[in-house]
Design a protein around this ligand. Structure first.
Ligand code: SF4
Length: 400
């Protein structure tokens, strides 16, 4: 799946402007700038033209007509044009919890990506429908761990006689299938906020952790927060025979990391950190733990999306911040704090293009379909998978 579409541009500041239509400019999905790459998944019925001047009025009217029957969730990485219609904004877990806290809403419109809508379906009542306005809104990290590959790895652990020592842990950013696998095998889901607590609990249950699908969150948590050595971690590559690891490596490892990463956070490099420190003396470097290990080590602060938001809210006026996370959020924070110098960590900016697939035309289309009595793009998780995934999610909620 194509995830990122990038352009070179200057800092993200309060004087932000959209990139111009040059050969290297961002091709903003849904704006007709590159129809061949914008095809995505067909929407039955009429998808409004991005140029329709009435889109905001149409979304407002459709939402008002649906009233309490609809609840719109907006992930922090969504576009402003979509976020303005969100009843609540947050990270993936907070949004799934918010969906579960609205049992009266017939329709949950999830402005985020596919695995988030799955989690909302798992946590909401069977009669509630979770809708993803564009089915092409996936997540490259979640797609890097496929159930069959993970089961093959587990069979290897069983053959080696170590499976009984291994506790599977999956990041929230994984498919329902993977959460179900983890629940079936007595593991736990984690978020970027509680990864250390999840690992602490897991190492009380077994001597090894199989961490899915984000190698960076697993490694950063184990090494920087729990005092492990890098040598305690091995990388299981599902595209290599046996994961590319010897029996001895698997036997001696404490953290078996799945070879997955976020295509957006994985872009930041140690050079980005050096460059911004030279360019902006005194700058604070603040990054998400999905970034590479050397980047996180070189940063001043590391934390989840919610941590980043709170850190910038609390930062003193006049302070300078280079932020390593998704650009829609950095841009929104820069605009919200004009008294602080908030910039994107890298000079080459990059949106999460699957997040960006949810644009205003798709939101209008989904809401108007609901008004017309049709329920589009419903995300459902089969009951067996949902049950096992709920076991792993409940274990996370029960973490000490
Ligand atoms: S920002 Fe990364 S983890 Fe989040 S949806 Fe995009 S690709 Fe997936």
């Amino acid at each position: 799946m194509t995830v990122s579409r990038c352009a070179t541009m200057t800092d993200v500041t309060s004087t932000w402007t959209e990139p111009s239509n040059t050969a290297t400019a961002l091709l903003l999905l849904g704006r007709g700038s590159d129809p061949a790459s914008e095809r995505g998944v067909d929407c039955p019925g009429d998808l409004p033209a991005p140029s329709d001047p009435d889109l905001v009025a149409r979304a407002t009217a459709a939402k008002a007509a649906l009233g309490d029957r609809v609840f719109v969730l907006g992930h922090h990485y969504q576009r402003d044009e979509v976020i303005q219609f969100a009843d609540v904004t947050g990270d993936s877990f907070k949004l799934a919890q918010q969906a579960a806290a609205r049992p009266g809403a017939e329709f949950i419109v999830f402005c985020g990506v596919h695995f988030m809508a799955e989690s909302a379906d798992i946590l909401t009542k069977p009669e509630q429908k979770v809708i993803l306005p564009d089915l092409a809104a996936g997540c490259s990290m979640a797609d890097m761990a496929v159930l069959g590959q993970v089961e093959t790895a587990w069979e290897r652990f069983e053959d080696l006689g170590i499976a009984g020592d291994v506790v599977p842990v999956t990041y929230m950013n994984s498919s329902a299938d993977i959460k179900g696998f983890v629940g079936r095998n007595k593991g736990v889901v984690c978020t970027s906020s509680n990864a250390k607590r999840a690992l602490d609990w897991s190492f009380e249950q077994g001597s090894k952790v199989f961490f899915l699908p984000d190698q960076h969150l697993g490694r950063n948590t184990a090494v920087l927060e729990m005092g492990f050595d890098l040598d305690d971690c091995v990388l299981y590559d599902p595209h290599k025979p046996g994961g590319g690891l010897t029996d001895e490596q698997l036997r001696s490892a404490r953290m078996i990391l799945w070879r997955g990463h976020c295509s957006v956070h994985g872009r930041f490099t140690i050079d980005s950190v050096r460059e911004v420190r030279e360019r902006v003396p005194g700058v604070n470097v603040l990054v998400h733990p999905e970034c590479r290990h050397d980047v996180v080590r070189a940063a001043d602060y590391v934390g989840s999306t919610e941590y980043i938001i709170k850190a910038l809210d609390a930062a003193p006026a006049g302070s300078a911040w280079a932020v390593g996370t998704e650009l829609n959020l950095v841009r929104r924070l820069a605009l919200a704090h004009p008294d602080k110098q908030i910039m994107f960590l890298d000079r080459t900016v990059c949106y999460c293009s699957t997040m960006n697939r949810i644009d205003l035309p798709h939101l209008v289309w989904a809401l108007e379909e609901l008004v017309a009595g049709r329920v589009p793009n419903v995300i459902t998780v089969d009951e067996d998978t949902a049950h096992n995934a709920r076991v792993a999610l409940d274990q996370m909620l029960a973490l000490p």
